[in-house]
Design a protein around this ligand. Structure first.
Ligand code: B16
Ligand code: MG
Length: 223
């Protein structure tokens, strides 16, 4: 294992809850109810694709012009940005800081493979920007998760073969993206959502370098 590619929302920090709150507020405004179960489908999905899925839920995709949809996405993002304004290092999920330190000590390269255009801002607020050798810019991609492009781009930026990479994700679309990139996938959350991962752990506190290396060598060994 020479590199680890991290998802951001739901793995490094719990912005997933802020995305949910912001989409729910927009949904309430346009008369579409979003519950936690539906929100699960939005995790790891880009802003534009998330809005489309919300509108499709109630067959409202044709009810708005592209300009109106762009305005709604901006409105959601503006609320989201106010919600993340106060984030600080105390918002790192359990075990993540120790994991980043351990990976760095072993000279393992670190990349960020987040669909979020707010990713760099959030890394700054968490004060962990310097840990990352590369950050994939989602604005440069043509396809979102579950397409493998974001993880393939991350490996390319890091200069590491995909067979040497582990990807960590909290969303089903993200696990599919890692698997399609032929990397070893580790899911954080419930096995019922992340069943296709090589390994699922319930909490980020379970993510240790030993676990990552063991899952990588067992999975690569089986391949
Ligand atoms: P933004 P990840 C994803 O981040 C979120 O899970 C998803 O809910 C969000 O819609 C997407 O980023 C885009 O975020 O609106 O900030 O550009 O999980 O890939 O780190
Ligand atoms: Mg995520």
């Amino acid at each position: 294992m020479k590199a680890v590619l991290f998802d951001l929302d739901g793995v490094i920090t719990d912005t997933a809850a802020y995305h949910y709150e912001a989409w729910k507020a927009l949904g309430t405004k346009i008369g579409i109810d979003i519950d936690e179960e539906f929100n699960e489908q939005l995790k790891g999905v880009s802003r534009t694709d998330s809005l489309n899925r919300i509108l499709e839920k109630d067959n409202k995709q044709a009810a708005y012009t592209e300009a109106e949809k762009a305005a709604m996405a901006t409105e959601k993002n503006d609320l989201y940005k106010t919600l993340i304004e106060k984030m600080s290092p105390s918002d790192l999920l359990p075990g993540i800081k120790v994991l980043l330190d351990e990976l760095k000590a072993k000279n393992i390269k670190l990349g960020l493979a987040s669909a979020s255009k707010n990713g760099p801002t959030i890394l700054d607020k968490l004060q962990i920007t310097d840990y990352f050798d590369e950050i994939v810019d989602p604005a440069e991609l043509t396809a979102g998760k579950p397409d493998p492009e974001i993880f393939l781009t991350g490996a390319k930026q890091l200069g590491v073969d995909v067979s040497e990479c582990v990807g960590i994700e909290d969303a089903a679309a993200g696990i599919d993206s890692i698997n399609a990139a032929d990397m070893v996938s580790i899911g954080v959350g419930e096995a019922k959502n992340l069943g296709k991962a090589a390994k699922v752990v319930p909490s980020t506190a379970d993510l240790t370098v030993d676990l990552l290396e063991n899952v990588w060598s067992e999975t690569i060994g089986r391949a």
